[in-house]
Design a protein around this ligand. Sequence first.
Ligand code: OFO
Length: 169
Amino acid sequence: MLSDHVQQALNNQIRYEAESSQIYLSMASWAETNGFEGVAQFMFAQADEERMHMLKILHYVNERGGYAAVTALDAPPTQFGSVKEMFEQLLQHEIKVSQLINNLVDITLQEKDYATHNFLQWYVAEQIEEEATARTILDKIKLIGDEKSGFYLFDKDIRALIATAPTKP
Ligand code: OFO
């Protein structure tokens, strides 16, 4: 059985993961309408992955005798300026999610909920992967600078990162 505190914290995380999915969906739509087909595919895959993160917690809460609440979400941004700015936002977002996961882990220790602590280790590892992927992509973008042909190749290359995307549960 989950304590009220842990259940509330997990429900908050369900919402953050759902908002992450919407943010990446919005980034995908922006990329698709700005001629970055590869980036769009990457972002659509990221959006699916965040939805899977959300569902995994939702099922966990319900399986442990709690109730996973599905709530309204904040609207994601719709304009991203450039591919570089978009990936900078993605990295900042993932850093924030890593902090949220750490806070959640902290709550499970305070509450002596070792099952949930164990469940969250998958998310701890996943955040390391997600931050690393975002940093790798930003490094590539910085190397390209403003070069148009470089962006053309980058857009093709990023598809390879979808295939090697972080592990599914
Ligand atoms: Fe759910 O890992 Fe990104 O946000």
